[in-house]
Design a protein around this ligand. Sequence first.
Ligand code: HEM
Length: 464
Amino acid sequence: MSGVPSHDAVPAVDARPRRLPPGPSRAMTAQLLSRMARDRLAVMSSVAAAYGDAVRLPLGPKTLFFFNHPDHAKHVLTDNHANYHKGIGLVHARRALGDGLLTSEGELWRSQRKTIQPVFQAKRIARQAGVIAEEAAKLVARLRAREAGGVLVDVREAMTGLTLGVLGRTLLDADLDAFDSIGESFEAVQNQAIFEMMSLSTVPAWLPLARQRRFRRARADLDHIVAHLAAERAAHPSEDGDDVLSRLIESTRREKDPATGRRRMRDELVTLLLAGHETTASTLSWAFHLLDEHPLVQERVREEAVEVLGDRSPTMEDLHRLRYTTMVIEEVMRLYPPVWILPRAARESDEIGGFRVPAGADVLICPYTLHRHPAFWDAPDRFDPERFAPDRAAGRHRYAYVPFGAGPRFCIGNSLGMLEATVVLATVVRELRLTKAPGYPVRPEPMLTLRVRGGLPMTVHSIV
Ligand code: HEM
């Protein structure tokens, strides 16, 4: 007889762990919930510090499973991604965003990604460097105009305008400056999405709340803008047909029901514009705040910009040479990852880090806490761009740093976001110094993205 045990002789044993992760009691979590409304980041950080890398949080009718080890992030986002679909917040955000690439699942997601992916190919993005440089130069001119008299500039607002303009030109080949209301409408849609995410429920659309009225108006406004852009492009096709609008027109034309085609077009464009402008605008706002706090770092960025660019506009080739500026952007996104939380829901039961995750469980991966995990980062709260120098970054767990997510749902716009943030930071810092206005504390506000709460008023000074 061989030494291999017979399956008949050994009774089947369920090898899956029975243990659920530790966590606060329901009563303690109720207290946390009220704190959570005020400071979600502090709650996530303190829960991770108190209970470790796997935490169970019974929140109201739900139990959240919060995993905070890079191995856990790898498991959920990549190794076993098929078991996880987009979770709580994003499901509720669907009423605001529709079924665009960020919130869709399965076959619909696959076909959307296939339609849009070519627009984001590195070669095509590289061709956009000139457009981004032009928009950055216009921004510098606008900021300079505010220098005289020490007028305060809301840098968050300025970055939002800039990134919307860049997206319009790079993705849609369209000028969004013509639509005055677009920034405000995105703000209202975002407020509604975040409200539904945080209340863990969908508020009936007919309730006559002021926020809902603003949301309905904003949605109608965005529908109108998107329909206008699509009609314009259909009437005047672009030369190479490789922008997002042209591709979407082509793919939604194949839809049997024209109303479905129109809705798909709208969902996709609103999603891309929202996902693409807020994230990069937040990164740049935090970058200007951190450079103001760290003048020596700011000086190095300026020296590099002068050395690499002289007084000409940046091109794609310069990106590799703006190495220190890139490290600064990477460090900014470590401390303030624009997408601070990645919510997922388990389809089937699973095991993560030796703990049981029941089918249907809400699972959270939090880039904000991962990026400050003390086992993977020295002095995690310190701003230190040198962490991203090749010798110090070598050997670091790849999933300790996930500003663009990971796995199949990895950010489609990551090259565009990095190119834009680097080019804009180098261009502005080469010519201007932005300093924070006294009396305006700078605090993070975790909305759909991690924003600077209440804006970022700064004064502008030319470098002579
Ligand atoms: C600094 C800039 C950016 C950051 C930090 C960022 C971050 C992220 C992250 C973390 C995800 C994954 C979300 C998840 O797994 O649930 C994501 C997805 C996405 N991002 Fe970005 N993003 C940035 C810029 C952009 C830009 C410029 C665009 C372009 C329009 C864009 C469009 C998208 C889209 C459409 C998705 C969904 C992809 C999919 O599920 O297939 N992002 N982004």
